[in-house]
Design a protein around this ligand. Structure first.
Ligand SMILES: Cc1ncc(COP(=O)(O)O)c(C=O)c1O
Length: 440
């Protein structure tokens, strides 16, 4: 239960993406974390199958990251970044540019993935305007996409539940999603079927006119809607069509970045380079909020070149863009990734991961298992109580039995810290299986 030494009014905190009434009737709370585990206030260990929320790629409370945060906090609290600067932000941008695909080396810092997405969309619009293509204002997203919660992100996003309470931007259209169970179920890695779905972009070009389309945004691998790896050839086809029509391609790498797919970014794992990339989460190992929109040089050059001397070139930025604490955490995190070879380790562990979870194919109720790198989605048939109820019941049972998983409707998603051992991967698969069987 909650720490009795702290005043805990459960009603005061309006929790994000939470069934507040349900949670407050039966709270689940973590008090501390170390390496592969969370600990409840009573001291019960919970194996972290989800890297927190797809973000703790180096494991919890790693000493070098904690030390860097402490040192930064003692040295400087805040540094304005509008017309001023702080060394750590420049250092982190430089370090990031060394691991991004060649040509993607202009880093605009934000505080979250949602802000990275809206920033990338604004960069795309500013770029088109800068090169004299101001009529290109249309943005193309994709069904079953999650791009955060800001207005741009929900507009290009493809999750009805995240859109219907609000309003969305005009001038947005969507590609179809890439999932078809009949064609793809139990594929290991990228499904062989589905490259042709990228051709839907040609249909949108025919419908709207290429000269009205600024950018297409996709997650290289959709995470939040249940782990949907891209079909073989799909991203290549999208790249070809966008290039042909002068449309910018944006990859939302908020989940796929920093080793999740067995390379620094999904772009490298899948061999396709976008024009802009959104990152967050693993950028600081989740320790301090931070995101970034990382552009190709030609994109930023065009925007800067179009601005008159002495005028702000891109009228966008956050008070906390490049915050010293976040930049220090990011630098320390990138160092841990490099020193421990965690991206290569994730790649080496991927077959172990795949085997462990695909062994659940015969468990009653499992209708698909989708995996790539160190991420997996195990999909169950919905129970008679409605879509998502079985997934949530398995999440709760696994939590009670010491494993953290994430339920996306009836798909149980796992994306552990990249430091996971083969034995811990086996434990995750065993515990998930037991929870599925227990829930029935
Ligand atoms: C692909 C993708 N984009 C954007 C976001 C939003 O990131 P944040 O929650 O940091 O705003 C997420 C979060 O899960 C995500 O998975």
């Amino acid at each position: 239960m909650l720490n009795p030494n702290l005043p805990n009014d459960l009603d005061a905190f309006w929790m994000p993406f939470t069934d507040n009434r349900g949670f407050k009737a039966a709270p689940r709370v973590f008090a501390r974390a170390r390496d592969m585990h969370y600990y409840t206030p009573e001291g019960r260990a919970v194996l972290d199958g989800t890297g927190g929320l797809w973000c703790v790629n180096a494991g919890h409370t790693r000493a070098p990251i904690v030390a860097a945060i402490k040192a930064s906090a003692e040295e400087i609290d805040f540094a304005p970044q509008f017309q001023l600067g702080h060394p750590a932000a420049f250092s982190l941008a430089t370090a990031l540019a060394q691991i991004t695909p060649a040509g993607l080396d202009r880093v605009f810092f934000t505080n979250s993935g949602s802000e990275a997405v809206d920033t990338a969309l604004k960069i795309a619009l500013a770029y088109q305007r800068a090169i004299g293509q101001g009529a290109r204002t249309r943005l193309i997203g994709r069904a079953r996409a999650y791009h955060g919660v800001n207005f741009g992100g929900i507009s290009v996003g493809g999750i009805v539940g995240n859109r219907k309470q609000f309003l969305t931007l005009p001038g947005v259209d969507h590609l179809p999603h890439t999932y078809d169970r009949a064609e793809q179920a139990f594929s290991r890695g990228r499904p062989a079927w589905g490259a042709h779905l990228a051709d839907a972009l040609e249909d949108l070009v025919n419908l709207h006119g290429a000269e009205t389309i600024a950018a297409v945004i996709v997650e290289p691998l959709s995470g939040s809607t249940g782990v949907l790896p891209p079909p073989v050839g799909y991203l290549e086809r999208l790249r070809e069509i966008t290039r042909k029509h002068g449309i910018l391609l944006i990859f939302d790498e908020v989940i796929t970045g920093f080793g999740r797919c067995g390379a620094a970014f999904g772009a490298q794992a899948f061999g396709v380079t976008p024009d802009i990339m959104c990152v967050a989460k693993g950028l600081t190992n989740g320790a301090v909020p931070m995101g970034a929109a990382i552009s190709a040089g030609f994109v930023q050059d065009a925007i800067i070149d179009a601005a008159a001397g002495g005028i702000v070139d891109f009228a966008h930025g956050y008070t906390y863009s490049g915050h010293p604490l976040a930049a220090a955490a990011g630098l320390a995190t990138l160092r841990v990734y490099e020193e421990e070879g965690l991206f290569a380790k994730a790649n080496a562990l991927a077959p172990v991961w795949e085997d462990a979870f695909h062994a659940l194919a015969d468990v009653p109720g499992v209708v698909d298992i989708r995996s790539f790198g160190l991420v997996v989605g195990v999909e169950l048939t919905p129970s008679g109580e409605g879509v998502g109820m079985r997934g949530r019941a398995v999440f709760r049972k696994a939590f009670d039995d010491g494993l953290l998983v994430r339920a996306a409707a009836d798909t149980l998603c796992l994306s552990p810290p990249l430091i996971a051992s083969a034995a811990q991967i086996g434990e995750m698969a065993d515990k998930l299986k037991a929870a599925i069987l227990a829930v029935g």
